[in-house]
Design a protein around this ligand. Structure first.
Ligand SMILES: *Cc1c(COP(=O)(O)O)cnc(C)c1O
Length: 400
C-alpha cells in the first residue's frame, strides 16, 4: 500500500489511543426531542435547534413553497445571478431586527456561519492588511480562528473574559484597524461574554467589536434578536454575526453592520463572492422562521426553554454523578468530566439507557476538560428533563 495511506492510518490509530476518534450517528427523523438514531428511538439533548423550529409545520410548508417559487438551487453566486428576491427580503428583515442596536444597519446572508466568519474577518482586514490587528478571545469558535488566519493579519489572543488584558493589548497596539472578536454565548460553556465592558473598551480605542451570536440569536432578547438586544448594546463599532441553522431551525447565517461595512464585504470579501448562493427556498423558509421568532410564539418558546433550563439547573445543583455543572444561565448546560475516556463512557452509559448526549473532547474544548454538552430546547417537555436528571443521578449511585 502507498506510504501516503499508511501515514493517514497511523494518524487515525493515534486518535484511537487518545480516545479522540469521532464517529457519526445516522438520524432518520427530523431534529426533535425524540429522534430515530441508528434505527433506535432516543431522547436527545444534543442539537442546537433551541426553539424546536426545525420541525415546525409552518416553516416546512414555507420551505416547500419556496421550492415552487424559486426552484431547487440558486444557479450562481450572489454577484452573478444567484441573488433572489427571497434572499433580498431575508436580508431586509434581518437588518430591521438588528437596526436598534447598530448604526445604519444592513444585513448580508451567507450559506453557513463558518463562511460568514471567514468572510467577515478577512473582509474587515482587507481594508488594510498591514494596518490590521485582530484581538481574539481564547475560547472562540474554530470558524473565528480560521477567519483570523484567512485575514492574514497579526492576531493576539486574549485570555477568556479578561477585559483588563484586552484593554492592555489595545493600548499597546499601533494598528489603525483594530478588530476585537468574540463569541457571545460560548458554544461549549454556555457562558455569555462581558460584552458591555468589551464594547466600552472598543469604543475607547476605536476598535471594531465583532460578535458571533450563533447561540444567542433567536434565544436571547425579548424579541429573540439576540445578545445585542439582551444586553441593550448599540454602537457603530459593532459587527454582528448570527446563525440561522441553530435556533432559527433552517440553515445559513448573516452579518449585520453599518451599511458601508456590508457594501465593502459584498465587493471585497472572497468567501462571500466566490461561492454559489444557497437555495432561495432556504431564505424563503427563514422569513417564516423569523416571523415566529419575533412574534408571540417565539416569546412562548423562549419562556418554556428558560423554565426547562431553571428546572435542570435547580435539580443538578453544582454537581452530579462526579461531574460538575458549569455556571451557565443559557440553554447550554455542560457537565465537566475532565478525562476523555471517562466522558465517552458516561455518554455511552446514557446512550444505552436511551438518552443521547454528546461527549465533547479536545480540540473542541481545552485538554482535561472533556464534558457532556447538554443542550435544552423548547421542543423538550419537563418530564423529558426529569428523565435525564433521573438517569444522571442513577449513574451517580452506580459510581458511588
Ligand atoms: C455553529 C457555530 C458557527 C458556525 O455556524 P454554521 O452555520 O454551523 O456554519 C460559528 N460560530 C459559532 C460560535 C458556532 O457555534
Amino acid at each position: 500500500m502507498s506510504k501516503l495511506i499508511d501515514r493517514i492510518e497511523q494518524g487515525l490509530s493515534g486518535l484511537d489511543q487518545h480516545n479522540l476518534r469521532r464517529r457519526r450517528r445516522v438520524t432518520s427523523t427530523p431534529s426533535d426531542a425524540v429522534m430515530t438514531v441508528d434505527g433506535r428511538s432516543m431522547l436527545t439533548f444534543c442539537s442546537n435547534d433551541y426553539l424546536g423550529l426545525s420541525a415546525h409545520p409552518d416553516i416546512r410548508a414555507a420551505f416547500k413553497e419556496g421550492v415552487d417559487l424559486y426552484g431547487a438551487g440558486s444557479g450562481a453566486s450572489h454577484l452573478i445571478s444567484g441573488h433572489s428576491l427571497a434572499h433580498e427580503q431575508l436580508e431586509q428583515r434581518l437588518a430591521a431586527m438588528q437596526a436598534p442596536y447598530l448604526v445604519q444597519a444592513r444585513a448580508l446572508y451567507f450559506s453557513t456561519g463558518y463562511m460568514a466568519n471567514l468572510a467577515m474577518l478577512s473582509g474587515l482586514a482587507a481594508i488594510s492588511l498591514e494596518q490590521t490587528e485582530i484581538f481574539s478571545e481564547n475560547l472562540n469558535h474554530a470558524s473565528l480562528i480560521d477567519g483570523a488566519k484567512l485575514a492574514r493579519s497579526k492576531v493576539k489572543v486574549y485570555p477568556h473574559a479578561d477585559v483588563v488584558a484586552l484593554e492592555k493589548l489595545l493600548q499597546d497596539s499601533t494598528a489603525e484597524n483594530k478588530i476585537v472578536v468574540t463569541d457571545s454565548v460560548f458554544s461549549m460553556d454556555g457562558v455569555i461574554a462581558p460584552l458591555t465592558e468589551i464594547l466600552a473598551i472598543c469604543e475607547r480605542y476605536d476598535a471594531w467589536l465583532v460578535v458571533d451570536d450563533a447561540h444567542g440569536f433567536g434565544v436571547l432578547g425579548a424579541t429573540g434578536a439576540g445578545v445585542l438586544e439582551h444586553l441593550k448594546l448599540r454602537s457603530a463599532n459593532l459587527v454582528y454575526m448570527g446563525t440561522l441553522g441553530k435556533a432559527a431551525g433552517v440553515s445559513g447565517a448573516f452579518v449585520a453592520a453599518h451599511a458601508s461595512v456590508v457594501e465593502w464585504l459584498i465587493n471585497r470579501s472572497r468567501p462571500y463572492i466566490y461561492t454559489t448562493a444557497s437555495a432561495p427556498a432556504l431564505a424563503h423558509a427563514l422569513l417564516t422562521s423569523l416571523e415566529i421568532i419575533s412574534g408571540a410564539e417565539g416569546a412562548q418558546r423562549r419562556a418554556h426553554l428558560h423554565a426547562l433550563t431553571t428546572q435542570f439547573k435547580t435539580a443538578v445543583g453544582t454537581a452530579i454523578a462526579g461531574m460538575s455543572l458549569m455556571e451557565s444561565n443559557t440553554q447550554i448546560q455542560p457537565l465537566i468530566v475532565g478525562d476523555n475516556h471517562a466522558a465517552l463512557q458516561i455518554a455511552a452509559q446514557l446512550y444505552e439507557r436511551g438518552i443521547w448526549v454528546p461527549a465533547i473532547r479536545p480540540p473542541t474544548v481545552p485538554a482535561g476538560t472533556a464534558r457532556l454538552r447538554i443542550t435544552l430546547s423548547a421542543a423538550h417537555n419537563s418530564a423529558q428533563v426529569t428523565r435525564l436528571l433521573d438517569e444522571l443521578s442513577s449513574l451517580q449511585k452506580k459510581v458511588a
